[in-house]
Design a protein around this ligand. Structure first.
Ligand SMILES: Cc1cc2nc3c(=O)[nH]c(=O)nc-3n(C[C@H](O)[C@H](O)[C@H](O)COP(=O)(O)OP(=O)(O)OC[C@H]3O[C@@H](n4cnc5c(N)ncnc54)[C@H](O)[C@@H]3O)c2cc1C
Length: 499
């Protein structure tokens, strides 16, 4: 007699969300096949290797490390034995347009001293802000990030807690009520940009990012974020799951309306008892499922949703080390709210920009040849819903970023660059199949969060589950790891299948 087979799960996409989903499903008895159209796992955490330099393409700030440690524990291992996370302090330095800086420390006393140096009148506001952020973290992160918002009653239950926190206010609104100094207003409100939200539009609950950084630290994976991705791939393969790269899913197969597998771009069919999509949520509905199978995520609804901003990222290596530059620096431009309006609402490519400069070699010199530095400069830009022709604009835009960096932090940069590569929203669309080339899926505004966001359990197709930035709770490595954790609650245990 043949042994009963394990139920099959197909996971579309090997981003952090997909990798975590694969590990959790295999730990719960599924035979998992994970497919990704790229040649390496990691999704937005892809690693470019060029001329001896190693560039993490996406996430660099690792927070809430216990969400990663849980994945190793599920496989009977310890993360520390495989990947070393180094905690950073200060977390970042913020450089204002006039050259003044603010150093963002984990230590509350050091943080108070920085606020006192720039605007002593805002010290009481700092305390109020921290208390609000801590409360938002307890309610929004600890309370709701692993709650599956599948029924409207889940949302109704959450509403009183959200109302107490003034969730209808924006992050920028909350921050403005605590700080009078414009510089401090940008320092304490920029965090939603890390998950694709306009601080002037996303709910004040997102102040939780500030609190979770202070509570669990800001870390860097030695060897780069790619070391974490490789560690997760090793876990997946160690569980006996299959990872198929350079394999694109064309559509999700349905049997009487229920997901029953996927069809690959080359026509091969992979049958499955459960399908998990870590692909962009909008793309999953709009492009991988026929419209007649969708009552909720109709074409119109997907197209009318607000998507997060796009990103222009310039990766470059220098033949000298810029030792004065820290690991994470925000280089702010002359305008804050008007620039965000250009990006999110007007969708025009502004002449000025605010940049995030990543210099991982400040912490781990092994990411560049000896005596050299690895960098990336990230600039939020409109997604492809605007009118920017990146085929024309990209190189001049890169040059403007270079000039800005030469004028601020990296004098003489042009003569030092020995390797260079950039990506723009068109690449996000073509590589990651991201709707409108958005950097982070749908914008995490109040009306596109929790129950309003594409659910982890598909509203339209039984047997289909969603993980990753486009579903609840949203973008960022902690968010997508939480989305995979929700699967433990909503995907039936393997032993419930009769096969
Ligand atoms: C430049 C940048 C910097 C960031 N910095 C940080 C940071 O410092 N800290 C932080 O926490 N977060 C950061 N983020 C956000 C974070 O990286 C993302 O939210 C998160 O990694 C997204 O993970 P995901 O699981 O949604 O999958 P993704 O990384 O989006 O991966 C999805 C995968 O699905 C694959 N796929 C899509 N369609 C198909 C298909 N049809 N067939 C097969 N495969 C398919 C894609 O190839 C891709 O590999 C950053 C993001 C970017 C872009």
């Amino acid at each position: 007699m043949r042994a009963p087979r394990k139920p099959n799960a197909v996971v579309i996409g090997a981003g952090f969300g997909g990798l975590a989903a694969a590990i959790r499903l295999a730990a719960r008895g599924y035979q998992v096949t994970m497919v990704d159209r790229l040649d390496k796992a990691g999704g937005r955490a892809y690693v470019y290797e060029q001329d001896g330099f190693r560039f993490d393409a996406g996430p660099t700030i690792i927070t809430v490390p216990h969400l990663l440690e849980e994945l190793w524990a599920l496989c009977g291992k310890r993360m520390d034995d495989h990947v070393q996370l180094k905690s950073l302090d200060p977390f970042y330095r913020i450089r204002f347009d006039d050259g003044e800086t603010f150093t963002y420390y984990s230590d509350p006393a050091a943080m108070r001293a920085e606020v006192a140096r720039l605007a002593p009148q805002d010290l009481p506001g700092l305390e109020r802000f921290m208390q609000h952020a801590d409360a938002a973290c307890r309610t929004g992160f600890e309370g709701l990030s692993t709650t599956p918002f599948t029924r409207v009653s889940d949302m109704l239950r959450a509403l009183p807690g959200l109302a107490r926190l003034g969730a209808w206010n924006s992050v920028a609104g909350k921050v403005a009520s605590c700080f009078s100094d414009e510089r401090l207003r940008s320092v304490f409100s920029f965090h939603p940009l890390l998950v694709g939200g306009n601080p002037f539009n996303v709910t004040a609950i997102y102040t939780l990012i500030n609190a979770l950084e202070r509570r669990w630290g800001v870390h860097f994976a030695m060897g780069g974020t790619g070391a974490l991705v490789q560690g997760l791939v090793d876990l997946v393969e160690g569980q006996g799951s299959t990872l198929r790269l350079q394999t694109e899913v064309k559509r999700i197969l349905l049997d009487e309306g229920r997901a029953c597998g996927v069809e690959l771009a080359d026509g091969e069919m992979l049958p499955a008892d459960v399908v998990v999509s870590n692909a962009d949520a909008a793309w999953t509905y709009r492009m991988m499922l026929p419209e007649h199978a969708r009552q909720h995520w109709t074409n119109r609804r997907v197209e009318r949703a607000n998507h997060s901003m796009g990103l222009f990222v310039w990766y470059f290596g220098t033949k000298k080390r810029f030792n004065d530059v820290g690991h994470h620096t925000m280089v702010l431009g002359p305008r804050y709210q008007p620039l965000l309006t250009d990006i999110f609402k007007r969708k025009v490519l502004a002449k000025d920009f605010s940049l995030y400069l990543h210099r991982p070699t400040a912490t781990d010199p092994s990411l560049a040849p000896e005596g050299c530095d690895t960098f990336y400069a990230l600039s939020p830009v409109p997604h492809l819903g605007g009118n920017v022709d990146w085929a024309v604009e990209a190189e001049p835009y890169r040059q403007r970023i270079q000039r800005r960096l030469e004028d601020t932090l990296l004098p003489g940069l042009g003569a030092e660059v020995v390797t260079s590569h950039y990506i723009h929203p068109g690449d996000f669309r073509n590589r990651y199949l991201s709707w409108q080339g958005a950097g982070f899926g749908m914008e995490p505004s109040m009306l596109q969060s929790a129950w309003f966001r594409p659910h982890n359990v598909s509203e339209d197709v039984p047997g289909l589950y969603l993980v990753g930035a486009g579903t609840h709770p949203g973008a960022g490595v902690p968010g997508v790891l939480c989305s995979a954790k929700i699967l433990d609650e909503v995907v039936p245990h393997a032993h419930t299948f009769i096969l």
